[in-house]
Write a protein that binds this ligand. Structure first.
Ligand code: GLU
Length: 591
C-alpha cells in the first residue's frame, strides 16, 4: 500500500521549527524565508531520525480552558482563540474546521463531507453526526464503464465531475453550531474569512501537495488558478496563498447559513463546475441533502468506554472489534512494538479487514451485522485463532451468529467537558480536481469510496453513502468522566491507527503525545505487515527479523505516515493535553 498523499517532504518540519509556530500560547518568531529557500528541496523525504530532532517539543500542549488539535497551526490557533473569547468546544471546532478548509484545502473543505462524535458537557449525552457525501440521484451501478477484467476504464471514479458526491460539510458544521454552539455564525466564520483574504502559509507539505497535483492543476485550470502562482508554478514554501473567492463563499454562509451553500448562486456554480467535467449532480440533489444524527457505535476496552463512528463508516465498528480482540491478551506486558506485540496487532488486523470487505456498507441499503462485529464473544472466537508464532491467512467468520487520496481530523475539548472529534475529507488530495470557479473550493471524489463492482454491499446506488473508515472517537473513563478524543486521516488504515494509539495509552500508560509519536503498523487482509518507525523511535531490526521468521512479509513504510493522529486527553487534575501527529503540519494549541 503506497499512498502518495501521505508522503511528507524533507524540511517542511524545518519550516515549522523555523516559524516557531508550534507553541502553547502565542506564536513566536518569524519565518526565515531565505533559510527556507536555501534549504528546501522538493521531493526529499525526512528520515525518522531527522523528524525526531526537529519538532519533538513543538506539537503538544497543555491547556486549562480548552485545547484544539488539528492538522494546521492556523486552524488550531483560530479554534483556541475562540475558546479564549469564551466560546465552547463546538464553537472552536466549527471555527477550526472552516479554517482547515482554507489552509489545508488538499484534504478537506466545504466541497466534501465527514463525521463527528460529540459529547455534550452539560448532559453527558454523546451523539454522532453523519455529514458524509451521498451519491447523486442520477447515480447508477454501471455509471463507471469497466473492462473485461472488471476494472473501471480510466480514472473517472476518482477525478472529474462523475467522481463528485453531494457534499455534506456545510450542513454538518451548521447543524452542530446551531444546536450546541454558543456563538453566532459570523463570529465563528470570520477568522476563516480573514485567513482566506490575508493568506495562509505555504509549508513544505503544502508545496508538495501542489507539486504532486501539478498535472491535475493543469487539467483542471479552475483548480490551478487558486493554487499556482502567477508564473504558473507551485508557490514556494514560506510564501502565502490567498483565496478571496473562498472568503466570499464563507461570507455567504456566514450570512445565510447552510441555505447559502445548498441553494442560490453557490449551488448553481457548484452544479455548473461538476457538469463542465461530466458531473451528474443537480440543484435538487443539493437541496435534498440532509445530515443524519445517530447513536455512535459503543464498546469498552479494559473498562474504558469507547464511542465512535457507526456505518457508513467502517471505522468505529472495526476499531472496537480490534480492541475487543486485544482485550484477550495482556498487551501491556509485551515489549512495546516488539515482535510479539506487532504479530498480535497484525493477526487481528487481517481478520478485521476481512470482515470489513465482507460485511460493510451503508446500512440504509444493506444489512450490516453491527452487533455481531462488536460482540466480545465474537472477538474471543477470532482471538483464539491467533497462533503465537505463525503468521496466518484467515477464513471469514459469521458475525451474524453474534448479532443479538486524504482527510483531516481535529479534536477539541473544553473545561466544561464538551468533547468533539471531527474527521472530514474531500478524499484524495485536491478531491476530484474540480474547483468551483469564482467560489474558491474543491469538489470531493468520494464516489471513489464505492466499490465499482455492482451488487456488493458497497456498490453505487442513488442517494447511498460510500463506505468510509473515518473514526472520530471519544473515550470515557470507567466512571463516565471525559478522557480522550482522537482520530486521523489515512484512508482505510484509519481505525487501525486509532486503535493502536488507544491501546498505547491504556495498555502501556503512555502520555498521549508519546503514543502519537510511537511506531505503528498496518496489515490488510493479506500477509504484508507494513511497519512505520516512531518519530525518532525506530522499530528494532531484530524484532522485524523475528516476524519474518514466523512468516510475516515485512515491509518498511518510509513514505511518511499511515495517518496523522490528532487528540486531546483530560488529565486527572482536569488539565487537558493536546497532541498532534509529528509527520504532518498538525499542532495543538490551548489555553
Ligand atoms: N475517503 C476516505 C474515507 O472516508 C478517507 C480518505 C483519507 O483518509 O485519506 O475513509
Amino acid at each position: 500500500m503506497k499512498k502518495t498523499w501521505l508522503r511528507i517532504p524533507a524540511l517542511f518540519l524545518c519550516l515549522v521549527m523555523l516559524s516557531g509556530i508550534a507553541v502553547a500560547q502565542e506564536p513566536q518568531g518569524v519565518i526565515d524565508l531565505e533559510k527556507i529557500k536555501s534549504e528546501y528541496k522538493y521531493g526529499d523525504v525526512l528520515t525518522f531520525d531527522t523528524y525526531g530532532q526537529l519538532t519533538e517539543e513543538n506539537r503538544a500542549v497543555e491547556g486549562k480552558d480548552g485545547v484544539v488539535s488539528s492538522q494546521r497551526y492556523e486552524a488550531s490557533r483560530i479554534g483556541a482563540d475562540i475558546i479564549a473569547k469564551g466560546g465552547n468546544a463546538v464553537d472552536a471546532a466549527v471555527a477550526a474546521a472552516f479554517a482547515l478548509g482554507v489552509c489545508e484545502p488538499n484534504a478537506s473543505g466545504m466541497g466534501g463531507g465527514g463525521f463527528m462524535t460529540y459529547r455534550n458537557g452539560e448532559t453527558g449525552e454523546i451523539i454522532f453526526i453523519d455529514f458524509r457525501e451521498v451519491a447523486p440521484g442520477a447515480a447508477t451501478e454501471d455509471m463507471y464503464p469497466q473492462d473485461e477484467n472488471g476494472n473501471v476504464i480510466g480514472n473517472i471514479m476518482a477525478r472529474g465531475g462523475k467522481a463528485v458526491a453531494v457534499p455534506g460539510e456545510v450542513a454538518g458544521l451548521m447543524y452542530i453550531l446551531d444546536n450546541y454552539g454558543t456563538m453566532s455564525r459570523q463570529e465563528v466564520l470570520q477568522p476563516a474569512i480573514d485567513l482566506a483574504n490575508e493568506g495562509y502559509l505555504v509549508t513544505a507539505k503544502t508545496n508538495t501537495t501542489i507539486t504532486d497535483a501539478y498535472q491535475l492543476m493543469t487539467d483542471y485550470p479552475e483548480l490551478g488558478k487558486i493554487f499556482l502562482g502567477d508564473d504558473g508554478l507551485p508557490p514556494e514554501a514560506g510564501t502565502y496563498i490567498k483565496n478571496p473567492d473562498l472568503a466570499k463563499t464563507l461570507g455567504i454562509i456566514a450570512e445565510k447559513g447552510a441555505a447559502g451553500f445548498y441553494e442560490g448562486e453557490v449551488a448553481q456554480a457548484l452544479v455548473d463546475a461538476a457538469a463542465k467535467y461530466g458531473g451528474i449532480i443537480t440543484l435538487e440533489d443539493l437541496k435534498n441533502y440532509q445530515i443524519t444524527v445517530k447513536e455512535p457505535v459503543e464498546g469498552t476496552y479494559r473498562g474504558y468506554k469507547i464511542y465512535s463512528a457507526p456505518p457508513p463508516s467502517s471505522g468505529g465498528t472495526h476499531l472496537i472489534q480490534i480492541l475487543n480482540i486485544l482485550e484477550n491478551f495482556d498487551v501491556g506486558s509485551l515489549k512495546f512494538y516488539g515482535a510479539e506485540h506487532m504479530h498480535l496487532l497484525s493477526e487481528a488486523f487481517k481478520m478485521v479487514y476481512l470482515d470489513r470487505s465482507t460485511y460493510m456498507g451503508d446500512p440504509d441499503y444493506v444489512k450490516v451485522p453491527l452487533k455481531g462485529l462488536v460482540d466480545k464473544e465474537y472477538a474471543k472466537l477470532l482471538a483464539e485463532k491467533i497462533e503465537e508464532d505463525k503468521s496466518k491467512s484467515y477464513e471469514v467468520e459469521d458475525p451474524w451468529l453474534y448479532e443479538g487520496t486524504d482527510t483531516s481530523h481535529l479534536s477539541v475539548s473544553d473545561k466544561a467537558g464538551n468533547m468533539i472529534g471531527i474527521t472530514k475529507t474531500i478524499n484524495y488530495y485536491y478531491g476530484s480536481g474540480v474547483a468551483v470557479d469564482g467560489y474558491g473550493f474543491i469538489l470531493n471524489n468520494e464516489m471513489d469510496d464505492f466499490s465499482s463492482k455492482p451488487g456488493g454491499p458497497n456498490s453505487v446506488q442513488p442517494g447511498k453513502k460510500p463506505l468510509s473508515s473515518m473514526s472520530p472517537t471519544i473515550v470515557l473513563r470507567e466512571d463516565g468522566s471525559p478522557y480522550m478524543v482522537l482520530g486521523a486521516p489515512g484512508g482505510y488504515t484509519i481505525f487501525a491507527q486509532v486503535a493502536q494509539v488507544i491501546s498505547d495509552v491504556i495498555d502501556f500508560q503512555l502520555p498521549l503525545k508519546d503514543a502519537i509519536k510511537a511506531p505503528r503498523i498496518f496489515n490488510w487482509v493479506d500477509n504484508t505487515l507494513e511497519y512505520q518507525d516512531g518519530f525518532g523511535i525506530p522499530i528494532e531490526k531484530a524484532e522485524v527479523d523475528k516476524l519474518t521468521a514466523i512468516g510475516h512479509d515485512m515491509s518498511h513504510y518510509m513514505d511518511g505516515a499511515f495517518g496523522f493522529i490528532q487528540g486531546t486527553l483530560y488529565n486527572e487534575d482536569g488539565t487537558i493535553d493536546g497532541g498532534a501527529d509529528y509527520y504532518a503540519d498538525g499542532v495543538a494549541v490551548g489555553y
